[in-house]
Ligand binder design. Structure first.
Ligand SMILES: Nc1ncnc2c1ncn2[C@@H]1O[C@H](COP(=O)(O)OP(=O)(O)OP(=O)(O)O)[C@@H](O)[C@H]1O
Ligand SMILES: O=P(O)(O)OC[C@H]1O[C@](O)(CO)[C@@H](O)[C@@H]1O
Ligand SMILES: [Mg+2]
Length: 326
């Protein structure tokens, strides 16, 4: 059993609903195991600029239901340099922090991996991002809540789209990962999803139109993953306006509304299980791993695997969406 007396916990990158549930679980599981906890504010910034606060069990009371993160978060450019990480390491030594739990996305876990390698520190990561772009876990913390937010918004858009018999392009988040668009489309009965994983394989919009996707439909909703790879919803709409002027086209960009809100039950449970598992992992001498859940079982995923680009898209989802949108 590892000799860990004090851990630091931080949230980094974009906030995600369920991060608070994860902070609570990490804190409570650590204290249960007689490990002291320090909350590090604003992601890696807090280590570099010394914003570190002692955490007790009641520091995390009544937060499981809150969106955002009580630790705040940041995208910290100073941490991208070896000098910045040296300062962070020195802060950990000064504070007596023996190990870190980092809650964040692929960027945050990349930073964790480098810090762990450079300074030989035990670090365990939790996948906290709405993008669901980390390998080795079925879901990331925040993804389910964001998906439900998308579903509520798209259902509302359907009402107006069908009243006006319009074609809507709805842009959702996800960076280079199409899960939010794909499952958002399945959950709302949307006609299609345009996702980054498929951009280089096919002209998704061209195929959609040549398959006559508007012939039998009164309204059409197409979810598009944001970003340069797909070009986003605006680009799609411009193209349709030029090539198919007969269609009445509108665009909705859902934006940061997707990141907020009270986490769903699924996210609260996922975050609670993963947070407790992070402490078990540290006690079990695990280091440089992300906690994942695969088929309802906790797994330890090496950082190198978790952050590998291009999480494979689930082909089954693509096929089902195609079949159901005739
Ligand atoms: N290569 C890297 N080296 C060191 N630190 C990094 C690296 N990449 C990212 N980080 C740190 O992690 C922070 C968050 O990364 P990023 O902005 O990619 O978000 P993320 O964790 O992927 O979350 P999300 O994608 O959900 O917003 C960065 O601001 C930086 O402090
Ligand atoms: O809030 P910011 O810094 O503009 O970042 C937006 C990005 O963060 C995410 O919400 C989470 O990674 C992405 O889906 C999106 O591209
Ligand atoms: Mg990311």
């Amino acid at each position: 059993m590892a000799n860990i007396k004090c851990i630091g916990v931080l949230t980094s990158g974009g906030d995600a609903p369920g991060m608070n549930a994860a902070i609570r679980a990490v804190t409570r599981a650590a204290i249960y195991n007689n490990i002291e906890v320090k909350g590090i504010m604003r992601g890696y910034r807090g280590l570099i600029f010394d914003e570190i606060v002692p955490f007790k069990t009641n520091s995390v009371s009544n937060i499981i239901q809150q969106g955002g993160t009580i630790l705040k978060t940041a995208r910290c450019k100073e941490f991208m340099t070896a000098e910045g990480r040296q300062v962070a390491f020195e802060a950990m030594q000064r504070e007596g922090i023996d190990a870190l739990v980092v809650i964040g996305g692929d960027g945050s876990l990349t930073g964790a991996r480098i810090l762990a390698q450079e300074h030989n520190i035990p670090i365990v990561g939790l996948p906290g991002t709405i993008d669901n772009d980390l390998n080795g876990t079925d879901m990331t913390i925040g993804y389910d809540t964001a998906l439900n937010t998308i579903m509520d918004a798209v259902d509302k858009i359907r009402d107006t789209a069908s009243s006006h018999e319009r074609l809507f392009f709805i842009e959702v988040m996800g960076r280079e990962c199409g899960y939010l668009a794909l499952n958002g489309a399945l959950a709302t009965g949307a006609e299609a999803a345009i996702i980054p994983e498929r951009v280089f394989e096919s002209d998704q919009l061209g195929e959609l139109i040549s398959n006559g996707f508007r012939k039998s439909k009164n309204s059409s909703l197409v979810l598009v993953t944001e970003g340069d790879i797909t070009g986003g919803a605006m680009t799609m709409a411009e193209r349709v306006k030029k090539e198919y002027p007969q269609y009445d086209v509108r665009v909705t960009i859902l934006g940061h509304v997707q990141r907020g809100g009270s986490p769903t039950a699924a996210d609260r449970i996922l975050a609670s299980r993963m947070g407790a598992a992070a402490i078990d992992a540290l006690l079990d001498d695990q280091r440089n791993v992300m906690i994942g859940i695969q088929n309802d079982k906790i797994v330890y995923v090496p950082f190198s695997k978790a952050i590998k680009k291009n999480k494979p898209v689930n082909e089954d989802l693509i096929n089902t969406l195609k079949v159901l949108s005739i």
